[in-house]
Design a protein around this ligand. Structure first.
Ligand code: KIV
Length: 279
């Protein structure tokens, strides 16, 4: 079988769906989420038992090498989302709606969310929101599009917050985040994602929510935990703050590439060779 064929066929575990994640949350079983941006990695992550793959707009930085999350082009993220679903057909795939794909007009937002399901093959879309987005979430939900509402620290808002900052550290801010989450859930959000808030704020959200709450930098008690793949796998030069790395693959890849450079220099790299026909 060709490499591409084996990527598309993926693994054969029991499919994980949004209902599976809801049931796990209800049973108090934590589910594991990672960002992912390509089919080959998605296949490995599905084989490893990861429950949800977020095709995040962090792709702007970690895949495209762009300086800011808000630079992520919609069409590229749609293509990456479809690639991840092809690699992990039995895993929940969440498409992250990039900056300005849902803020400018509700009609455009609905159309773009629909593109994530149709072209991107996503199971659910994520958007950064506060209570003012409740009507949009309601409209998407009525159209049959499951929505995850991202509250707390919101990377697409860094221009307003002057950089990545924890949120909800005052009582007033915490109450606002909890009220936003409640309004978005009432509007139909199928999931909440809360980023960089004190543990007690995330715990209060989990306590009140009837839908799964995914945390990142929000303490250990959320129903699911997500982190950027490159951070947790040690693929970047910076040390990540929001989770302990589980591997240090950067040096492994560098060493493997150095081995390839040596093999080429020595003209000794194995592999298939071809002979002349009829000669
Ligand atoms: O884009 C992303 O990777 C995210 C996570 C940081 C939650 O939104």
């Amino acid at each position: 079988m060709s490499t591409v064929g084996s990527i598309i066929e993926g693994a054969s575990r029991k499919p994980v769906t949004l209902a599976t994640l809801g049931a796990m949350a209800a049973r108090g079983e934590a589910f594991a989420c990672l960002t992912c941006y390509d089919a080959s990695t998605a296949r490995l992550l599905e084989q490893a038992g990861v429950h949800l793959l977020l095709v995040g707009d962090t792709a702007a930085e970690v895949v495209l090498g762009l300086p800011r999350t808000i630079d992520m082009p919609l069409d590229v993220l749609l293509a990456l989302t479809a690639a991840v679903k092809r690699g992990a057909p039995h895993t929940v795939v969440m498409g992250d709606m990039p900056f300005m794909s849902y803020q400018a007009s509700p009609d455009k937002a609905l159309e773009n969310a629909g593109r994530f399901l149709v072209e991107g093959k996503a199971d659910i879309v994520k958007l950064e929101a506060d209570a003012s987005y409740a009507p949009l979430v309601q409209r998407m939900t009525s159209a049959g599009i499951p929505v995850c509402a991202h509250v707390g620290s919101k990377p697409q808002h860094v221009a307003l917050t002057s950089g990545y900052k924890a949120q909800g550290r005052t009582r007033e801010q915490a109450e606002k985040i909890l009220a936003d989450a409640a309004a978005l859930e009432s509007a139909g959000a199928a999931m909440l994602l809360v980023e960089a808030v004190p543990t007690e704020v995330a715990d209060a959200m989990v306590e009140r929510a009837r839908v799964p709450v995914i945390g990142i930098g929000a303490g250990p008690n959320c129903h699911g935990q997500v982190v950027v793949l490159h951070d947790v796998m040690g693929l970047l030069d910076k040390t990540p703050g929001l989770a302990r790395p589980v591997a240090n693959l950067g040096p492994v890849i560098r060493e493997a590439a150095m081995q390839w450079v040596r093999s080429v220099a020595e003209r000794d790299f194995g592999g298939k060779t071809f002979t002349m026909r009829g000669g």
